[in-house]
Design a protein around this ligand. Structure first.
Ligand SMILES: Nc1ncnc2c1ncn2[C@@H]1O[C@H](COP(=O)(O)OP(=O)(O)OP(=O)(O)O)[C@@H](O)[C@H]1O
Length: 264
């Protein structure tokens, strides 16, 4: 279970550049919950992801996994339980290393230094099996350099690398936004099947309203550092993009300002 309890974050306090990123944010996710996150520009979505993954510390409040406060734990140690895929397909993989070397890196992520980091026969077999899940033939290209893959292939590999060690939390940070529509659809479909099969507890930021409604069992909406709407499974089922935008307007008193918004 992931619990965000009263988390606040202020950047550059007391200066002209002071920016409120999160204000007393609360969210409880049960195991297997898949929550999509939408919100206006600068609402605090990335900051929330950064605080969960340990890139930054909150000024106040706690992040708990299974009741344990993880705030003092480093990003590196957390990577054992938290998988993350970024918007940039180049971000999650090492281009000069081969597919199997990248997989080996993900396999040993967050493990102690005594753990062997290499690729052996047994691991190769596991990597091949896992890669074949993607259905795009990467299992036959184990020794290909990752820099040679297309953006979509690389993002599929990033998704697999973030998930194949069954993290307790999966963070998806606009991970289809930089891809063309066909590749974005492939990654969306892969995401749905991997999350479902592995029963992963998932938090996904998206600017695509239709995707936010279609994927996952819950949805939250953020504005000015606050979670202003928390839609449960029953309500999400029948939600439309128009209703969602109307709801945002009603609660925040303004139209949703998101320069990357995709309605459907
Ligand atoms: N490292 C930082 N230093 C200073 N201010 C920051 C930093 N990171 C974020 N902010 C500010 O905090 C606020 C929240 O930013 P954040 O990136 O979390 O929003 P977001 O919802 O992800 O926005 P977008 O959808 O536009 O990417 C914004 O006002 C932003 O300018």
């Amino acid at each position: 279970m992931l619990e965000i309890a009263n988390v606040s974050k202020l950047f550059n306090p007391g200066t002209v550049d002071e920016k409120t990123a999160l204000v007393g944010a609360n969210l409880v996710m049960k195991p297997g919950d898949f929550v999509t996150v939408i919100g206006s520009n600068g609402a605090g979505k990335s900051t929330l992801m950064n605080i969960i993954s340990g890139v930054m510390r909150p000024d106040a409040g706690d992040v708990k996994i299974d009741g344990r406060v993880i705030s003092p734990i480093s990003e590196h140690q957390r990577s054992r339980w938290i998988g993350r895929v970024f918007q940039d397909p180049m971000a999650g993989t090492a281009p000069r290393m081969t597919i199997e070397e990248n997989m080996a890196m993900a396999y040993t992520r967050g493990k102690s230094r005594g753990f062997s980091f290499g690729v052996n026969k047994a691991r190769k077999k596991i990597f091949k099996e896992e890669l074949s899940r993607l259905g795009i033939g990467l299992e036959n290209r184990l020794s290909a350099k990752v820099g040679l893959l297309s953006g979509g292939e690389r993002q599929a590999l990033s998704l697999l690398m973030a998930t194949f060690t069954r993290p307790q939390i999966l963070l998806l940070d606009e991970h289809t936004a930089a891809l063309d529509p066909a590749r974005a659809e492939l990654i969306t479909t892969l995401t749905e099947s991997i999350v479902r099969e592995m029963k992963l507890t998932t938090l996904m930021v998206t600017h695509n309203m239709e995707q936010a409604i279609r994927l996952g069992n819950r949805l939250i909406m953020m504005d000015k550092g606050r979670i202003i709407l928390n839609v449960n499974e029953d309500r999400k089922h029948n939600l439309t993009v128009e209703q969602l935008l109307g709801e945002f307007e009603q609660i925040s008193g303004k139209k949703l300002a998101d320069d990357r918004i995709v309605l459907g």
